[in-house]
Design a protein. Structure first.
Length: 279
């Protein structure tokens, strides 16, 4: 094994592939991290760090396990059945196709799950009289944590398959893939709690993140049907939306400080008016 790793240490192309793959894996992990953060915030505070650690650790185990069976993962892209339908040809390729592989079916199932979960959470947020859901029963802590971990496992599987297939398309060296996955998951582990705390302290960010999950779910379903949406478009839209939300947050904080200053000034004026002359 070391004989296969040693030449990579002196190969500039291998180092370039490693850095590129780490960046790609970190970016792909954002989707997984947003879901884990939103789901863990539904739990009692004492259970949140543990569930995040378990969820991200499972993501690492799944990715490394899939890398260990790389031949099986590559075979997931082979068609399982074909409905015989294709879309109009654009740029030399059909707009969509119905020759489904196991990868396509996993992506479609994961996309549907994300759409269901995000829609349920949005409905719970906007419903004036929300009914208690499975994750809102504060008196069943163990069931809550178990339910959250189970849902995280389902999404970990979807994102892990997508992540490893992306890695396979970028390099043929399994050691490079493993190092990139370990580094990316370590970054996720370090960023999980700060991101979850930020989302919890800013309620409007929760709705934005749920909107991201809806978009990601639709992209996964489209990808399963052979409609490949460039990842750059998705993350550019997410970054722009995050920038706009950041500006809105700055505006709200500025308005709150201005309002507090005006109130303090008014209180001072009232005291001055009620004070007797010469006092």
């Amino acid at each position: 094994m070391f004989d296969s790793i040693t030449p990579l240490l002196t190969d500039p192309a291998a180092w370039l592939a490693l850095v590129t793959l780490i960046v790609m894996e970190v970016v792909l992990g954002i989707d997984n991290l947003v879901f884990i953060s939103i789901l863990s915030n539904k739990l009692p505070e004492k259970d949140r760090p543990r569930v995040r650690r378990i969820g991200i650790s499972l993501a690492l185990i799944m990715r490394l396990g899939l890398l260990a069976t790389i031949g099986f993962i590559v075979a997931l892209t082979n068609p399982v059945f074909d409905l015989g339908l294709t879309g109009p040809v654009e740029h030399g390729a059909p707009l969509f196709e119905t020759a489904f592989s196991w990868r396509d079916l996993i992506l479609i199932a994961g996309g549907l799950f994300l759409l269901w979960k995000a829609t349920k959470e949005i409905h719970h947020s906007v419903d004036p009289a929300p009914t208690p859901g499975m994750l809102d029963k504060k008196d069943v802590v163990i069931a809550n944590a178990g339910s959250a971990i189970f849902q995280i496992i389902l999404l970990d599987l979807v994102f892990s398959v997508d992540s490893i297939l992306t890695a396979v398309g970028m390099t043929d060296h399994v050691p490079i893939m493993m190092v990139a996955v370990i580094v990316a998951v370590t970054v996720m582990l370090l960023a999980a709690t700060p991101l979850a705390n930020f989302i919890e302290k800013n309620p409007t960010v929760v709705m934005l993140a749920l909107g991201f999950l809806l978009m990601i779910g639709m992209v996964l379903i489209a990808d399963g049907f052979g409609v490949h949406v460039p990842k750059g478009y998705i993350y550019t839209a997410m970054a722009f939306s995050g920038l706009v939300e950041g500006l809105n947050m700055m505006g709200r904080r500025s308005a709150a400080r201005k309002h507090a200053a005006e109130q303090a000034h008014q209180v001072a004026l009232n005291r001055a008016e009620t004070a007797e002359p010469g006092v």
